[in-house]
Design a protein around this ligand. Structure first.
Ligand code: GCB
Length: 646
């Protein structure tokens, strides 16, 4: 526990660290409307054209961005946000690899053009994988990597046209290389006796469909010329006093006055401060608690940052309000502590995946999934295998769903993906991720990668570097990477704070032999904990079940088999959670699409819900267990409120 003075020092130290060795410049605050900021969402129908030329470069050769896309050739309607793959009846679009082009025209409000004290910013929530954006034919930004936002100031470009008409063209390429995250590799098949002219395939080393397109909202937003560029908060508490250390970075003004006000849910001011950094002290603090651990989980304060600045011409006022949950996270050799109380993860792994939309953000789906999580009694999930939409993390903050936030580094299997180019890109991605998600109370741990080939010699230096960089970026959260069962050889594990292991006993190993689970899982845990003395999360386990298929005694792919796999794992969990097991995350929340292959029946069927979010038999097993665990570990008399038969 810190005193107020101690925490000012700690905050300054943290922020000094945060600034050291940064590769990225500037913040990435979620765009929010305020008295000084406007947001114009561009969701809806866009114009679309896939570049089907053999080189995939026709669009660049003919400069499609210089004119309206429909003047370049045939175009189709395309919804944004959505993956483009499952929207049409054309298999060539579903399986397309290369550049696709999107376009949207709009007219911006006149005062955005006339008032040059306003900044206009174009922001893309995410586009997979590589994107180039033009406004009225002028290139404004380029970004590598899906799942994370990027933006560009476009004030000057749009002001060149006094009518305010604005044509946004975006080219997006889903090609993966050995140096992208996730990695992939294009292979050309040149045997003309077996493959048609120009035939190529993209190999990927991960188990989900490589959906592509503009996956999250695109928007235009404004700020004043002098504006709040970034905010970082770190929270703590001592007895009944909450401590919110903050730092605000300002752009567009040499000097600015800052007023920071923290408000409770009723809008009452509970603390305030002046200046770009400080510590807000909250008497009788309401801490942020996970779902099912407290009668009022997910409590959020609102931190209003108000900037005033002036130059020779005019004065500027900018207002940005950030939701803030006050909580701490700590790890011991056997426990995960939230607010100094042991927390047991009983949750799921998810995907951003659904019919028709693919990986496109969809509010009905998001809200349905949260209702299912709550029905299940899940208190947490891992964002397997890439960062999820900010809108989802905001829901987690509000509902108290705890998040392990994962980078898109899945399938690092080829030795060539451990080189310098891959490593530098990985460091940038970790910065983009931490920069975007650092202020979410729900995010309690960073996961830098999933099941890399960490037995390879370069993995030691590679993961040491990525994990150290992540800890430098954020010294307040534990860091992990997700291991497959490779305990003797796993090179990254010495550097992690929590050991996360995936395994599929009686599925990929000893298929059909449910009786091996107890002994194999027990051996696995004893090995890992014995060697590293760190807490363990079972970060994946499960079995495929094709819904509606029943055989008893159970055989693989039936609902019965999936149930027994889970129940056998649970027996071992119940022994080990008394010791050092700190969580269990089922693989997977719902069925999801994959590339076609002989082990996949229209996608991965390890969901406890179908892709349409209907429960399989295993969902009821898990629901009963999770509510029981909540009653045991959550320190709440829930059974009176939420009987298991709910
Ligand atoms: C894993 C992967 C996950 C797969 C899963 C499976 O270990 O992390 O992406 O989908 O196994 O079902 O094979």
């Amino acid at each position: 526990h810190m005193t107020g003075g101690g925490s000012v020092l700690r905050a300054l130290w943290l922020f000094a660290l945060l600034d050291a060795g940064l590769l990225l410049d500037g913040g990435m605050l979620y765009p929010r409307e305020s008295s000084s900021r406007e947001v114009k969402e561009l969701s809806g129908l866009w114009v679309f054209r896939a570049d089907r030329s053999p080189s995939r470069k026709q669009g660049f050769d003919e400069a499609w961005y210089k004119q309206r896309l429909e003047e370049t050739g045939p175009v189709i309607d395309m919804p944004v946000p959505a993956s483009y793959n499952d929207i049409t009846q054309d298999p060539a679009i579903r399986d397309f690899i290369g550049w696709v082009w999107y376009e949207r025209e709009l007219v911006v409000p006149t005062h955005w053009i006339r008032d040059d004290t306003i900044r206009v910013v174009l922001r893309v929530g995410s586009a997979h994988y590589n994107s180039i954006v033009w406004v009225n034919g002028v290139s404004v930004t380029q970004h590598e990597g899906g799942h994370l936002p990027f933006e560009a100031e476009v004030s000057d470009v749009i002001r060149k046209d006094p009518t305010g008409s604005c044509r946004i063209t975006t080219a997006v390429n889903n090609t993966l290389t050995l140096e992208t995250l996730p990695p992939g590799n294009i292979q050309y098949m040149n045997d003309r006796t077996r493959y048609p002219d120009g035939f190529f395939v993209q190999s990927i080393y991960f188990d989900f469909f490589n959906y592509a397109g503009i996956h999250r909202p695109v928007l235009l937003y404004t700020t004043p010329k002098a504006y709040v560029d970034d905010i970082t908060v770190v929270t703590n508490f001592s007895d009944n006093t909450g401590l919110v250390s903050y730092i605000v970075s300002v752009k567009g003004a040499v000097t600015a006055a800052l007023k920071v006000t923290l408000m409770d849910k009723q809008g009452h001011c509970v603390a305030s401060s002046n200046g770009p950094f400080g510590v807000l002290k909250v008497q009788d603090v309401k801490l942020w608690w996970p779902y099912l651990t407290h009668e009022n989980p997910g409590y959020l304060y609102s931190m209003e940052v108000r900037l005033s600045a002036a130059d020779g011409r005019t004065t500027y006022e900018d207002v940005y309000t950030l939701p803030v949950g006050i909580r701490t996270v700590n790890v011991t050799s056997t426990q995960f502590l939230i607010n100094n109380k042991p927390f047991y993860f009983h949750g799921v792994n998810k995907h951003e995946d659904s019919d028709i939309r693919g990986k496109g953000l969809d509010w009905p789906l998001i809200v349905k999934d949260f209702n299912l999580l709550k029905w299940l009694g899940a208190n947490s999930f891992r964002t397997s295998h890439y960062p999820y939409a900010e809108e989802i993390l905001q829901m987690c903050d509000r509902h108290g769903i705890v998040v392990i936030d994962e980078s898109p580094a899945v399938g690092i299997k080829d030795i060539r993906s451990f080189g310098n180019a891959s490593l530098s890109h990985h460091l940038i991605v970790m910065e983009e991720l931490v920069r975007r998600d650092k202020n979410h109370a729900s995010v309690v741990m960073w996961s830098v990668a999933n099941e890399p080939a960490s037995e390879m010699p370069p993995a030691d230096y590679y993961f040491k570097t990525v994990i150290k960089h992540t800890k430098d970026l954020d010294p307040t959260r534990p860091v992990t990477f997700i291991s497959s069962s490779n305990f003797a050889r796993d090179k990254g594990v010495p550097y992690v704070d929590v050991i996360c292991i995936n395994n599929y006993f009686s599925w990929y190993h000893d298929p059909g032999h449910l009786e091996v689970i107890l002994i194999q899982l027990n051996t696995e845990y004893e090995n890992w904990h014995g060697k590293y003395k760190k807490p363990i999360i079972q970060s994946e386990y499960g079995a495929d079940a094709v819904p509606g298929v029943h055989v008893d005694p159970p055989v693989m792919f039936t609902e019965e088999y999936q149930k027994i796999v889970l129940q056998n794992y649970h027996k071992v969990f119940d022994q080990k959670r008394a010791q050092y097991l700190i969580g269990e995350l089922i693989w997977n929340f719902a069925d999801f699409m994959t590339t076609q292959g002989v082990t996949r029946v229209v996608g991965n069927k390890k969901g406890i819900f179908t892709r349409q979010r209907q429960p399989k038999a295993a969902a009821f097993v898990l629901k009963e267990r999770y509510w029981r665990l909540a009653n045991e570990t959550g320190r709440l008399p829930l059974w009176t409120k939420y009987p298991c038969s709910l």
